[in-house]
Design a protein around this ligand. Structure first.
Ligand code: UDP
Length: 192
């Protein structure tokens, strides 16, 4: 794994195409995987919040999600190859899941947004099995974690915004040997 460290975060130095292949291999091996797509706001927040820094340092991959990170890497004379966003990675994962008829779980966003996101994914990726979903405004985490444990998805997309989504993933990623990814506002885009 080639990384370039900026603000104590080891950023993955690869392309979207190569990252997609890496994730395909990890899915084939059922490797539990935590992905943080870190934009400049996340990097600065982590710099100021040591506990959040430790949480995201547990990730298997931290990708540069934002032109600011790419620019910083160039200024430090260690240029990162490409911006890898949460949205683009989610789209790549949906394509793989559709090809391989994988099970996915979707967590986060407002109730009408998650419902519309599920409807759109079902329409555009008919081979994906959405084994469960929940909006991001819940009181109790446990019923959600139990549903993930029971349904064993291969992909869990968490759209709670940072720092919540990464904290949730770090706490519960053992519930299913899946690719766990924080996807920020991606469901708001997919629901449109
Ligand atoms: N969200 C949520 N629960 C919360 C707070 C936020 O589900 O308690 C959702 C919100 O509806 C939106 C996403 O998380 O869909 C946050 O998107 P944003 O673009 O703000 O992501 P960030 O840049 O904060 O990671």
């Amino acid at each position: 794994k080639q990384t370039i460290t900026i603000l104590n975060l080891p950023f993955l130095n690869t392309t979207n195409a190569d990252f997609k292949e890496i994730l395909k291999k990890r899915l084939a091996k059922h490797q539990n995987t935590f992905i943080v797509t870190a934009n400049p706001e996340i990097a600065v927040y982590a710099y100021d919040h040591p506990q959040y820094l430790r949480t995201i340092q547990q990730a298997d991959y931290i990708t540069p999600d934002g032109i600011g990170i790419i620019k910083a890497s160039k200024q430090l004379q260690h240029p990162l190859q490409e911006r890898i966003t949460g949205f683009d990675t989610l789209i790549n994962l949906l394509a793989i899941a559709n090809q391989q008829q994988l099970k996915i779980y979707l967590l986060g966003a407002r109730p009408e947004v998650i419902r519309k996101t599920v409807a759109n994914i079902t329409q555009h990726y008919p081979q994906i099995q959405i084994v469960g979903y929940h909006d991001g405004y819940f009181q109790e985490e446990q019923p959600i974690v139990e549903e993930i444990q029971q349904t064993q998805p291969q992909i869990v997309a968490v759209a709670l915004g940072f720092p919540k989504q990464e904290e949730f993933i770090a706490k519960y990623r053992q519930a299913s040997p899946a690719i766990w990814i924080g996807v920020g506002g991606s469901f708001d885009v997919l629901s449109g």
